[in-house]
Design a protein around this ligand. Structure first.
Ligand code: GDP
Ligand code: MG
Length: 368
């Protein structure tokens, strides 16, 4: 809570510092002139002097947009958002690809990626959202900015290769983000595939398979042969159900930038995962230092849409500059968007200036 120094308190009360310190001593508090006392102490002290103090509301950060508190009764089911993680070449892209039933790998090879960075699939009449961004990047870039977009991590481990350094890294990322892990033991079609060895190795890293009495779901799959994929998706839905994922669709939109770029023809294109509320065409928005108005939205099937609800990934056109992955996107009135963006820009400039001064000082010391 709030606090005030003995010196400031004395001046506010119109008393000598020594008087205040003496009173505090009588109350059993030994305090020096620059010591901070809490609101409760200040208020007792004030009444001792025959007056009172008032607590001020916490100061608002002009670079933040106040969060809207949702009433629990307004919360409704939302689809789970999944990230695929794992060691290089263990089959993340192939798995995402097979699940999506398109050929992302071929597009990647040619350097033409037209994906929007996320897509939705159906299983048992329910939707699951997959983020295309490699899990590690998604986690580090997003979490560095305090954003959390993933509900469930699918950890891909090749059955013929086993646990590798990036497998362990992925486990650590998911654990520190407190995101539940479902293991996909991939490439079970391969000669030399040894799912039991994978389970053994994962157990050594704290992931004990259910069939060994633990609580980590592990599904043997083959992205190539398309085996086990339905079971994997069913497990995602099962975990999602346990997580009881909910959001309020009837409020101003709040989401996170998944990726963003400048497109020659279309201007700034940002993939946004809407997490709360509904984003609509015409909404004025802010993301990082970028602001603008939603001019158009395109879903993962390249269809133009007029609105996007919680857990929906959409491409958003209309921001004036390119935001960064992990930035929050908030729908807010135009004036606030502009003012907050300006404040953020000013803050960023100051920080950059400080940084460059620090660098030049470092350079100076290096030369000495
Ligand atoms: P990533 O680096 O994790 O995205 O891995 P990729 O999806 O690029 O796959 C790496 C290699 O493993 C490629 O040559 C794939 O064709 C191959 N691969 C992926 N999944 C399977 C599978 O289920 N079975 C077999 N036999 N090969 C696979
Ligand atoms: Mg890949």
């Amino acid at each position: 809570g709030e606090s005030i120094s003995v010196k400031d308190l004395a001046s506010k009360l119109g008393r000598e510092v020594s008087e205040v310190i003496k009173k505090l001593m009588l109350l059993g508090i030994m305090a020096s002139i620059n010591q901070e006392v809490d609101f409760e102490t200040a208020s007792i002290l004030a009444s001792e002097f025959g007056t009172s103090v008032e607590e001020l509301p916490p100061e608002e950060d002009p670079t933040e947009i106040p969060e809207i508190e949702d009433d629990p009764k307004d919360l409704v089911y939302r689809h789970p958002v999944v990230t695929v993680m794992g060691h290089v070449d263990h089959g993340k892209t192939s798995l995402l690809d097979t699940i999506r039933q398109t050929n992302v790998t071929a597009q990647e090879a040619g350097g033409i990626t037209q994906h929007i960075g996320a897509y939705q699939v159906m299983c048992q009449g329910k939707k699951i959202v997959f983020l295309d961004t490699p899990g590690h990047e998604a986690f580090t870039a997003m979490r560095a900015r305090g954003a959390q977009v993933t509900d469930i991590a699918i950890l891909v481990v090749a059955a013929d290769d086993g646990v590798m350094p990036q497998t362990i890294e992925a486990i650590n990322h998911a654990k520190s983000a407190q995101v539940p892990i479902i293991v996909a033991i991939n490439k079970i079609d391969r000669e030399g595939a040894n799912p039991d060895r994978v389970k053994q190795q994962l157990s050594e890293h704290g992931l004990i398979p259910e069939d060994w009495g633990g609580d980590t779901i592990m599904v043997p799959v083959s992205a190539h042969k398309k085996t086990g994929l339905n079971e994997l998706l069913e497990m995602v839905l099962l975990v999602a159900e346990m997580l009881d994922l909910k959001a309020n669709p009837n409020r101003a939109a709040y989401g996170t930038i998944i990726e963003a770029k400048l497109d020659k023809g279309r201007g700034v294109v940002a993939t946004v995962l809407v997490q709360k509320g509904t984003l609509r065409i015409g909404d004025s928005i802010i993301a990082g230092t970028a602001f603008g108005k939603v001019r158009a939205m395109i879903n993962d099937r390249s269809e133009k849409v007029k609105k996007a609800e919680p857990s929906a990934p959409v491409e958003v056109l209309g921001l004036a500059e390119v935001p960064q992955a992990g930035d929050n996107l908030v729908a807010v009135d135009e004036k606030t968007a502009r003012i907050v963006a300006e404040k953020r820009l000013a803050k960023k400039r100051t920080e950059e200036q400080k940084q460059s001064q620090k660098v030049s000082l470092d350079e100076l010391f290096k030369q000495i």
